[in-house]
Design a binder for this molecule. Structure first.
Ligand code: ZN
Length: 219
């Protein structure tokens, strides 16, 4: 068994049964139509993408493949095939900020409006996932993921910026941060799905820069 927070399946189970998230069903969240599309056990010390929320059909990790996965794999030069998913998971992982499909579009909101909504999921769920993975770098995809990270980087200049500023002011730059006493590089860009799809040209160099940096850093 071991420490529950060190077991990936237990972390995912605690998300599925979270009473605080369940209270938001019908308010902030919708139910899933199909699979929950929870992320498989990730590589440790890999590079982590954090996106916004799963789609009602499960999203990134479920079939049918969503636009986030299609676009991200295109940027990473991984055409959509079974073997390319394995290639992705050797180096990267992806978790969602909100663990359930969103009922409302938060993408245009100011950071201070999103922040209260992202506090619970950051502290109760994402922190455990990050502690398990110990990623060497994190790329926040979209304003919701930036908001979630702002809670985990709270007492730092980067955390302050993530709490108050919009993505365009730090987009595509590696920023120094610390999570749970460990130094970590964090990046941010727009979400390459939904509303953000129209920014594909602006997102592409950021994802490629992050991927290159991940390849260059020692594990
Ligand atoms: Zn919860």
């Amino acid at each position: 068994m071991g420490d529950p927070e060190r077991n990936w399946d237990d972390i995912q189970r605690s998300i599925d049964t979270c009473s605080i998230c369940k209270c938001q069903s019908g308010v902030l969240f919708n139910e899933f139509q199909d699979s929950r599309g929870r992320p498989p056990k990730p590589p440790q010390k890999g590079c982590l993408f954090i996106s916004e929320a799963p789609t009602p059909r499960g999203g990134f990790w479920a079939d049918p493949v969503d636009s986030l996965r299609k676009n991200l794999f295109e940027f990473l030069n991984l055409p959509e095939r079974e073997s390319e998913l394995r290639e992705f998971t050797e180096k990267f992982s992806l978790i969602q900020t909100f663990k359930w499909p969103l009922r409302i579009d938060l993408s245009g909101l100011e950071p201070k409006r999103i922040r209260p909504l992202s506090e619970h999921t950051s502290k109760a769920h994402i922190m455990k996932e990050i502690m398990f993975m110990r990623p060497k770098a994190i790329m926040a995809l979209g304003s919701v993921a930036v908001s979630a990270l702002s809670w985990l980087l709270a007492d730092s200049a980067t955390g302050e910026r993530f709490a108050k500023e919009r993505i365009k002011s730090f987009k595509g730059e590696p920023l120094d941060a610390e999570i749970d006493g460990r130094p970590i590089q964090v990046w941010a860009t727009y979400l390459p799905a939904g509303q953000g799809t129209r920014n594909k040209k602006a997102i592409f160099p950021d994802i490629r820069g992050f991927s290159r940096s991940c390849s260059e850093q020692p594990s």
